[in-house]
Design a protein around this ligand. Structure first.
Ligand code: COA
Length: 436
């Protein structure tokens, strides 16, 4: 007897796409064996054979869009099956694909063999209602839909190396593409599982109100990757201090008024850092690749964070120890202008030993900057403010500058960090010491 196999109830969808066909004309099939795989943007679903038999002909192919009731195949029912459950046509019962497991393991989703097909076809959930099965999740097998598996096969990607960004860690085609992109650019793909943390759930923000999606700039994506890596790898501690810069500020203002160079505080911060790095050489070091040796640098190149429309960049001023504050003022302002125009060359952002992140022009008090690894420390500078300071007899108004020194605790001890930041503050308090 010939059975017409038709597309089952697909819920709210008018059409869904056939993304895989598992059989061909002449294939013998068992009852409930998957014949095709349908995919909407929400779920995938297998169309099982309503009976055991042989596929007489297939009416559809991969890529076809089908609707409920469309004829997909003619099936010649085997004699034994026909005797058990005669039928002239059947709307096959849809079966949600167990996306994390090979097809053979989706048997748990199939109706019991003894359940009559007709009863099953109404009892199964429609495509639109399908959720990932409760048991689904990252298991020993990569958790991905068949179409993503196929994409991975085509691109030669081992899904076991990926952790998905989809619900419950499902690997999406976007994850596969990102992985390939990262591999092609020579960058280390940041597998979300590399630190064993659960992946961020995918949230449909539009459910809660209007949204607009904009791509991240190239700089923001790059710095996000580096910041994330440094945040995860470097054990950070941040030491706070407040420096009295009353005299320093008066000095830089009077020097600026003499004309020529405009002195902001940044070149003084850089000069003081160079002096402090000489005094505390472990702050001018990096762990080598083995993590077993410290590389001490005999040069003093200092980076400073600069805000640009495209994101954060860190131009590096070379040999700060050998330059005057005037040189540093000119060079830093030229580099900051170049950064804002997006014209910094890679060489101008390389080779830094220590970084300064100055938010003083904006405001705020202490913050906790992220170490710019492989450097081992970074100084965060916030906005100086007039504060009453006790001089032993009375309170005096003093210009106090908040400092935040974050450091890599694998390399630097807390006591050393406290000494460094206290020395640094003293250098700013008495700028004559910068000349020594
Ligand atoms: N306290 C008080 N005033 C400060 C200050 C501080 N810590 N730092 C700067 N200022 C003052 C400056 O002296 C200047 O005032 P003035 O015109 O009266 O002299 C004003 O604030 C603006 O300074 P700014 O434009 O910030 O110059 P700068 O040389 O201090 O800084 C950059 C240059 C490149 C650091 C700055 O433009 C920038 O991009 N800052 C943001 C850095 C950033 O995003 N960091 C975040 C990293 S996570």
């Amino acid at each position: 007897m010939t059975i017409e196999v038709r597309v089952p109830d697909i819920g709210d969808f008018d059409t869904v796409e056939i993304i895989e066909v598992f059989v061909q004309a002449g294939s013998s099939v068992q009852e409930n064996e998957a014949l095709l795989l349908l995919e909407s943007d929400k779920a995938t679903m297998e169309v099982p054979s309503p009976a055991a038999g042989t596929i007489e002909s297939l009416q559809v192919a991969v890529g076809d869009k089908v609707s409920q009731g469309d004829l997909v195949a003619l099936l010649t029912e085997s004699v034994a099956a026909a005797e058990a459950a005669p039928a002239v046509h059947a709307e096959a019962a849809p079966i949600p694909a167990a996306e994390h497991a090979p097809r053979s393991e989706s048997a748990t989703e199939k109706p019991p063999a003894s359940t009559p097909v007709a009863a099953v076809s109404t009892a199964r959930p429609a495509l639109a209602q399908l959720e990932v099965p409760a048991a689904a999740g990252p298991g020993p097998l990569p958790y991905a839909s068949p179409s993503v598996r196929r994409l991975a096969r085509e691109l030669g990607v081992d899904l076991a190396q990926l952790t998905g960004s989809g619900r419950k860690g499902r690997i999406r085609d976007e994850d596969v593409r990102q992985f390939v992109k990262a591999a092609m650019s020579g960058a280390q793909p940041v597998a979300a599982s590399s630190n064993g943390l659960p992946t961020m759930p995918e949230v449909d923000f539009a459910k809660f109100g209007p949204t607009e999606t904009r791509p991240l700039s190239r700089i923001r994506k790059l710095s996000a990757r580096n910041l994330h890596r440094n945040w995860v790898i470097v054990p950070h501690v941040t030491q706070f201090e407040t420096a009295d810069i009353t005299e320093l500020d008066a000095f830089r203002r009077s020097e600026s008024q003499r004309g020529g160079v405009k002195f902001t505080l940044l070149p003084f911060f850089m000069k003081a850092a160079a002096v402090a790095l000489k005094k505390f050489p472990e702050f001018n070091s990096s762990l080598d690749a083995s993590g077993e040796n410290l590389v001490y640098k005999q040069y003093t190149h200092i980076g400073f964070a600069a805000e640009t429309e495209q994101g954060l960049v860190v131009p590096v001023v070379r040999d700060v120890d050998r330059k005057t504050v005037t040189d540093l003022a000119e060079e830093a302002s030229a580099l900051a202008a170049k950064a804002r125009e997006g014209k910094l060359s890679p060489a101008e952002m390389q080779g830094g030993c220590f970084s300064i992140s100055s938010l003083g022009g904006i405001g705020g008090s202490h913050f906790t900057p992220i170490v710019n690894a492989p450097e081992v420390a970074i100084l965060g500078v916030s906005r100086a403010a007039q504060q009453p300071v006790w001089d032993g007899q009375s309170f005096q108004p003093r210009l106090m500058l908040p400092l935040s020194l974050s450091y890599d605790h694998r390399v630097i001890d807390g006591a050393a960090a406290a000494r460094f930041v206290v020395t640094y503050a003293e250098l700013l308090t008495d700028p004559r010491r910068l000349l020594l």
